[in-house]
Design a protein around this ligand. Structure first.
Ligand code: ATP
Ligand code: MG
Length: 356
């Protein structure tokens, strides 16, 4: 893990378990980047309070479970820094500063927030903290000064907000000219680079309801920890609306998103698509059997690794403690630079962390 490697940051909110959407949208890419990049993975446990403030024990349980899923999926804590948002005070200080640089209406215009309010049935009863999480996420990212953020498509508006506030800060407090190119911000004295969203091949895996994004809080997910039987049963439920194997099918439907995402042999994918589109006696049931088998092939080694980790949380806590210590070094360094830029630096301040 050398400083010369380009840095990336991404992560997950512990609002439930990890699912196939996380794998295709972000985690697969993280596993690939571990050998070439300085990787930071945040567990946004404060942000889980936006919709679950009454269930702190569940947030804690899911946080630990997600770390186990990370390990099962191939994230290596020796190569990557896995850490808790709640242990990094610099993030929250930066969030406060960023909240002053973003017009309220700009935050509320974020289409991902709007979708979440709708799909999670938040109506007009959501907390003040709910939209604030989008501002907090800017700080989660910029505190680590990454060049790239591997995420699913739904996160692009959040990244746009992050890029905006990052630019504004660099321009307002660091003398970066307003017409500077994004890639020049750091060179011109900005505290952080303007980070890019890096969306993977499958930016939005649809859930088994065939409608919404697969989401851990919408009941439409196939989880990394599902058994082979659960996978088969869930895949059977993928809705297509097609009536018979001889009816020409729409290869843009939810089922075929799964075919493309999980069946590895491109020739088989092409053949299935051709026959499905032609109504060449290829039933949804048959395609579903192949999809479920492909998903189970992907998950099997993860299940084995997960079983080896077992129920003991001590190993996870140790990984998090080391990760938080490393993450605090980087985030404190960023905060120090930001405080200097914003005229907030009066004395040297040193936090003690990782001592418990
Ligand atoms: P929640 O429903 O609580 O918002 P989530 O399932 O959307 O949970 P997040 O923790 O918000 O999960 O997202 C973590 C990362 O996984 C983000 O980069 C997000 O874009 C990506 N991701 C989540 N769901 C999908 C999906 N269905 N397809 C592709 N990427 C996804
Ligand atoms: Mg989400």
């Amino acid at each position: 893990m050398t400083a010369a490697r380009p840095r990336i940051l991404t992560g997950d909110t512990p609002t439930g378990q990890l699912h196939l959407g996380h794998w295709v949208g972000s985690v697969k890419r993280r596993v690939e980047l571990q050998d070439t990049h300085d990787c930071y993975f945040i567990l946004a446990n404060y942000h889980a309070f936006t919709t679950r403030s009454d269930k702190p024990q569940e947030i804690r349980r899911d946080t630990i479970a997600i770390v186990k899923d990370y390990l099962a999926m191939g994230i290596d804590p020796e190569k990557s820094t896995i850490f808790l948002q709640s242990e990094i005070p610099a993030i929250h200080e930066l969030a406060f500063l960023f909240a002053m640089l973003l017009p309220f209406n700009r935050v509320m215009r974020n289409p991902t927030l709007k979708t979440e309010i709708e799909t999670k049935g938040l109506g007009d009863t959501y907390s003040f903290g709910f939209p604030l999480y989008a501002v907090g996420q800017c700080a989660d990212i910029l505190a680590f000064r990454p060049v790239g953020v591997p995420v699913g498509e739904d996160q692009v508006p959040h990244l746009e907000l992050t890029r905006e506030v990052g630019r504004r800060f660099n321009q307002m407090y660091c003398g970066v000219p307003t017409d500077a190119r994004d890639e020049d911000h750091e060179k011109l004295g900005g505290v952080w680079p303007v980070p890019r969203a890096e969306v993977g091949k499958v930016g939005r895996l649809v859930g088994i309801d065939g409608k919404n994004k697969m989401s851990k809080s919408l009941g439409n997910a196939i989880f990394i920890g599902d058994t082979p039987k659960e996978v088969e049963n869930k895949v059977k439920k993928i809705f297509t609306g097609r009536q018979s194997p001889t009816e020409p099918g729409d290869t843009g439907n939810a089922l075929f998103q799964y075919v493309e995402a999980f069946i590895e042999d491109p020739e088989r994918v092409a053949e299935l698509k051709r026959r499905y589109a032609a109504g060449d006696n290829l039933g949804d049931g048959h395609v579903k059997v192949e999809v479920a088998a492909a998903i189970n092939r992907l998950l099997e080694p993860m299940r084995e690794r997960r079983a080896r980790i077992g129920d003991d949380d001590a190993v996870v806590l140790d990984i998090l403690k080391k990760g938080c210590a490393r993450a605090n070094v980087t985030a404190e360094e960023t905060l120090e630079r930001a405080r200097k830029a914003a005229g907030l630096h009066f004395f040297q301040r040193r936090l003690e962390y990782g001592t418990r």
